[in-house]
Design a protein around this ligand. Sequence first.
Ligand code: ISL
Length: 540
Amino acid sequence: MQQADWWRGAVLYQVYPRSFADSDSDGIGDLPGLLARLDHIAGLGVDGIWLCPVYASPQRDFGYDVTDHCAIDTTFGTLEDFDQVLQAAHARGLKVLVDLVGGHTSDQHPWFAASRRGRAAPTADWYVWADPSPDGTPPNNWLSVFGGSAWSWEPRRRQYYLHHFLPSQPTLNLQHPACLEALLDVARFWLDRGVDGFRLDAVDFLTHDLRLRSNPAVPPPGGVVPAKLFALQRHDHDMIQPASMAVLRRIRALLDEYPGTVALGEVSSQDGAFDRIAAYTGTPDLLHMAYTLRPLRHGFDRPTLQALLRDAIETCARGWPCWSFSNHDVERAATRWAPDGQADPAFTRLLLALLLSLPGSACLYQGEELGLPEAQVQEEDLRDPFGIAYWPEFRGRDGSRTPMPWETEERFAGFTPSWSAPWLPVPPAHRALAVDAQERDPDSTLRFARALLRLRRAEPALRHGRAAPLDLPAPLFGFVRETADRSVTLVFNLSAASVALPPDLAGMQGLGSFGAVQGGLPAHGFALLVPAMARVPETV
Ligand code: ISL
């Protein structure tokens, strides 16, 4: 494999810095905290890190509202701290992808501050401005992901501005050449500093219909108004516009000037999400890989998994998917997909095994290696504006953003040296799952995750092999990953009762400890199998 292709089959550890490790006792994670805990990430055997935004920001959307793309927010540290993290990560063989929030800025960004003041400013048209409808209402019916109209009124310009997310996150007009150049300058700044690429935020929202046509309405099913207004319409004109491809091409052309750097796109669309991944990654002048939130939301049953595998195989043939089961935007998979909503270690490990064996690349979200369940954050502790807007129908994203538990016995599980509480509470159930406790336990999920990642590195079939479905009787689900000279069979027991394997599989040999037990699988067990006489890597 060429070095430039390192991302194919790579595993990236997603760091949500606000909740990773606090060094300065303000109750918020920071870059020196991350630096001090880098060995934990390197020790997992992942290929790199995706670092969520650490840029100057009023933190209304916790960093996805940037006021200076080339400065580090004082909450997180300094540029020197960033350079140290980058250098230390590289010294440990870890790549570093940073978030590029290109679709919008904070309303406090100097570009917007000038743009909203009047039409003479150099950045006047760097945002999406439109006159009101004749009756004074917004120019069209577009809705914000976070609730309400996607338009807010600016009295000074006597115009509306577009925001797909919070009103304090005005949408950038990337169809304006100078604005796009400014974004490319930001990317260049980080590439020159030595980052290995970007996670591109909300790619589906990068451009919009210049005619500002209204979206067609979707009748609410059975007359019931869905919890999220965004579901009340199709998104024909505010999302997924052909013009975004030109933006992505410019970003890719820049990356190509820095060999080995990559772009990982975030696909938000629900319908046709895998087609989007294929469209964004299908040609070498676009993104390298993309992940979708779609499989994150569906139920966890056999038909869903069979469909997911089909999508995975098809998407690999047309582009390059990156799998992400948990992240800072959704409920942790260990809880979301658990049969009764209660994460148990067997089910959590089955999820990890699936995440790390599907064809493509993968993101492992901080805490996933510990098997953390979703935190139940009380209404008074909510911080996520999305959660606050939709409570209680939708509880927002705080439950997946609580602090990493490092030390079982320490105050706030070792996340912060502070005497006062961190920005989100440490859930009591997470304390027992802290890193130090799992290090001591030979049978912990952490040790299991590490062994699995080691196996993925040792087995080219798991990292690069093509995938083919296996026709297995319910409740089993499985597939094969194979290269020219090696075939690994993966079998998952989706039921909460033990199951015998079909005779042809029962005779196969397990990859180290990942085998079947007496020809069968316990509740939510799984096995990685090779033919009886095959070689097994020494690492497992
Ligand atoms: O998470 C969502 C709703 O639960 C998605 O619609 C999400 O908002 C969308 O995919 C974009 O996400 C990204 O941009 C947002 C930010 O709040 C998210 O944290 C980020 O991942 C706005 O910048």
